[in-house]
Design a protein around this ligand. Sequence first.
Ligand SMILES: Cc1cc2nc3c(=O)[nH]c(=O)nc-3n(C[C@H](O)[C@H](O)[C@H](O)COP(=O)(O)O)c2cc1C
Length: 336
Amino acid sequence: MDLTTQYLGMQLKNPFVPSASPLSRSIEDAKRLEDAGAAAIIMYSLFEEAVTAEEETMVRFLHHQDTGFAEAERFLPDHYDFSNGQERYLENLRDLKASLDIPVIASLNGTTPGGWISHAEEMERAGADALELNIYQVAADTDISGSEIEQRYIELLTQLKQQVSIPINMKLSPAFSSMANMVKRLELAGAAGVALFNRFYQPDINIDNLRLCACLHTSTSAEALLAMRWIAILHGRTSLSLGATGGVHTSEDAIKLLLAGADVVHLCSLLLEQGPSAMTTVLAGVEAWMEEKGFESIEDIRGRVSQIAVADPSEFERVNYVHILDSFSHNPGVRG
Ligand SMILES: Cc1cc2nc3c(=O)[nH]c(=O)nc-3n(C[C@H](O)[C@H](O)[C@H](O)COP(=O)(O)O)c2cc1C
């Protein structure tokens, strides 16, 4: 059975790629993912906030050295011992490259055009096979329009393209007014792929102490349908690699995304909850299904149920919504 797939200009042995998560912080976990069948790995992100904070600390430190502020110098680490987050990230990237045979995709996470993005160049030099850019922006400013936010995505991508020659994957939020147009603009600006979708972890309210809490609620399979629709709509309409992220917990979820047209399927919550071996179960389930249905390659199934392939393409748009609402029938016990 031929499970190979093309992704960001690379030939992968199968379409399963763990998305950015703490599992890539440990070489041991990353090795376990590779052994379980991962075809590539996306590293956890280097965050703009971390880079900026460390740069500010470094500037303050160097300023103290310049001005000979002796007392402060005693408390500050020696300049050459200053091992910051970026250096640790690059070290981790080099270690992953040395220990794994599969491609390693580095990840940057931020929102503003600026100096932090120049670290992409070091990531390329450290051996990253590709780069993912996650622009997690909550558009809460009433004075900033949607088109300004979209333009920022294009600017950040353009800046990144000036830094590196490796493929760039854009991890997108589902909150664009015109998703298909946004993807087309990113393609024109030189992206190699898109990951659909960045999961917006929501703040929660603790009703006992009336405070906000940052609680991690892992995803469920139902969430994968959002990416499934958009991948189905985009398949055959863009030359970008299409990665599906969010809500993949079973081989059935993965099969649906491949049928919709995904080039790769990303896993995160499942691997955090059940460990790297869950990858093997999903992979085996997809192979068993392919065998049962008589499919010999991923190429055979990719996009078979995409918008351009189905008898009624409007089922991926408003018609589907109307049909779903129409399909509801009351349980007699609920009335009255
Ligand atoms: C604990 C945790 C850490 C994550 N870290 C990152 C990260 O550093 N960068 C990133 O782009 N996404 C990160 N994500 C998002 C995942 O890569 C993924 O896109 C998201 O969780 C949806 O996939 P899932 O439903 O399979 O969990 C993280 C998710 C979790 C749960």
